[in-house]
Design a protein. Structure first.
Length: 261
């Protein structure tokens, strides 16, 4: 087997605390766009343990942006396909797969012993996002959510002692499953500013549910990169990360990178 030190040697001089990555357990719920690229990035950085959860399988519509999707993997469970890629990259990384996705029964096990949790659950599955955040908060686990926006990305950090997920997205605290399903997460919660290159026609079709939210490969890759960097910042304490209501937008098309509240 390739020695861990050889695999991570080129990190030297940039990653100052390699040991914090080697010791870390990172859990990622949702292995599509950014949620699929992130585990591969973590593996290359030298993260020691990764948990993956996604009940979905790859289809043709995923080929334009999702890291694990290919003609070969069509029909395969996303979490398992990504786990196979991770092991090909870093055989030292321990990977655990939850092919059933996040459920009420397994969420505590999924997050047990986790240092940083990544929430990339489909925006239409609001209830599962809520139980993910509620459980992580109760267990004192920081959560990062990255969202693909046009040619860019928005990153959100939920501190277990800061603003709750429900408060941020406008869901009543303590809401039941039935109540949550009646209050879908608004697009504006994750995209407070809509890029000017998104036309009114497309925006109207998104809002009406006529089409799914557009997403492209460069944005998915950028979002995953932001998730990886800020996970390292949380693990190492190298730099303070501001929690919501702050968020971090980057738009490559407009050459913009900011911190916004």
């Amino acid at each position: 087997m390739i020695p861990y030190e050889a695999l991570t040697a080129r990190n030297a001089g940039i990653i100052q605390d390699q040991e914090c990555l080697k010791r870390a357990t990172v859990a990622i719920a949702g292995c599509g766009g950014a949620g699929g690229k992130s585990p591969a990035t973590f593996a290359r950085m030298g993260v020691g343990k990764i948990r993956l959860a996604d009940p979905d399988t790859f289809d043709v519509s995923n080929l334009n942006r999702q890291y694990g999707s290919s003609v070969r993997t069509l029909g395969q469970n996303k979490a398992q396909a990504i786990a196979d890629l991770v092991k090909d990259i870093n055989p030292h990384c321990e990977v655990e797969v939850f092919e059933e996705g996040i459920t009420e029964d397994n969420i505590a096990s999924f997050l047990q012993g986790v240092d940083v949790a990544i929430e990339e659950i489909d925006i239409q599955a609001a209830y599962f996002s809520v139980i993910f955040h509620r459980t992580a908060r109760a267990m004192g686990i920081p959560v990062l959510t990255g969202v693909e926006v046009g040619w860019g990305a928005n990153l959100f950090y939920f501190d277990p002692e800061g603003m709750t997920f429900e408060e941020y997205v406008g869901i009543p605290d303590g809401a039941s499953k039935e109540e949550i399903e009646k209050h879908p997460i608004p697009i504006t919660a994750y995209s407070p500013e809509i890029p000017e290159y998104v036309t009114e026609d497309i925006l109207g079709m998104i809002m009406s549910g006529e089409i799914e939210i557009p997403a492209i490969a460069p944005s998915a890759n950028l979002t995953a990169a932001m998730i990886a960097v800020y996970t390292y910042l949380l693990l190492s304490g190298a730099k303070k990360v501001e929690p919501v209501p702050y968020y971090y937008p980057v738009d490559i098309f407009n050459v913009e990178a900011r911190r916004v509240v």
